[in-house]
Design a binder for this molecule. Sequence first.
Ligand code: HEM
Ligand SMILES: Nc1nc2c(c(=O)[nH]1)N[C@H]1C(S)=C(S)[C@@H](COP(=O)(O)O)O[C@H]1N2
Ligand SMILES: [Mo]
Length: 331
Amino acid sequence: MTTTRWLTPRRVDLLLAISVTVAAVTGLVSWGVGSGWARWVTIIHALAGLSLLALAPAKLRGSVRTGLKRRRATRWLSMLLGVLVTATVTLGILHATGLWHGVGYWSALWTHVLLAALLAPLVVWHIASRPGRPRVTDLDRRALAGGGLALAAAGAAYGVQQLAVGDNRRFTGSHEIASFNPSEMPTTMWLNDRSPRVSASDWELTIAGRPVELATLRETARPLEADLDCTGGWWSRQSWDAVPLAELMPEVDRPTLEVTSLTGYSRLFPARDAPNLYLAVGYSGEPLRRGHGAPVRLVAPGRRGFWWVKWVSRIEPVDRPWWLQLPFPLE
Ligand code: HEM
Ligand SMILES: Nc1nc2c(c(=O)[nH]1)N[C@H]1C(S)=C(S)[C@@H](COP(=O)(O)O)O[C@H]1N2
Ligand SMILES: [Mo]
């Protein structure tokens, strides 16, 4: 087999570089954002990732073959990159199709993201260390035609996949689990947090510096349907027994609300979001389980799961801007 004459290795490399960059950026955005426009980012992500597969045969026939013949000392790193990309794409597809959800903490999607983080610096090295690195001027009509073909193949594969998978997925790509069935709903942690052991009778919750009784929350809570969408790749709709935060605190005169767990886990929210934040003490009329944040957790409709702080012990208006925090927590 010879390389298709018009889709030269340089053009293939350029298309691969574009696809992998688009995949990295859209992946992060689709993962971090819980609002509706993320749907388009997620679809672009799938197309960029699947385009890599479509381009793989041309890459293998072209620069991979000649490159391996050259026996550079760093060829092992390049092969590792190839393995990582293959594993990342495979895990993405396994997650998207629901064929494999992973094992415990290591969900297919979480592992997908971790491998993608490992491959990102390798991609940068791989491209920067080549003398014939791709240039924007390589993006001529033939390259665009090749890219178009790859995208069409990715689109066809994505279409078939969507038909096969059905519609239990949210616009983020997450699969539905145990809606309105709290006892079957998974419990998850962000990285390494632990459920605290404090009985509800000893629980202290302060909001804007004032203590709030759990009994008050339990008496005023009413049903609120909202979707918890974990970045592990599942979502669940529950009827939360919740109190609007706005009822529990005076008008916020600071730009930011800090919601802190007894464990130390915390998130900053823009104060304008206060009308869309709730404190839940139960679901479907039963009290929360410990793993789900008992006795009280945040419900943040429209935000990904890592914002739904469990075991809330303090809510404080603060001056620090909400965006002055890591986009994803480190605990
Ligand atoms: C740069 C390397 C990456 C590649 C090559 C890649 C590739 C893929 C592929 C092929 C899929 C399956 C799409 C489908 O069949 O529908 C997928 C799904 C997914 N990836 Fe990535 N990905 C990368 C990085 C990331 C990163 C960094 C994140 C998040 C931080 C991420 C998050 C996701 C999510 C949420 C899905 C599920 C989307 C869906 O189900 O349609 N990916 N990825
Ligand atoms: N204190 C604390 N709250 C937390 C987390 C955590 O690790 N610690 N994980 C978050 C993540 S990533 C998700 S998806 C939800 C999971 O809620 P669940 O365990 O009730 O399903 O809680 C969020 N709240
Ligand atoms: Mo999560």
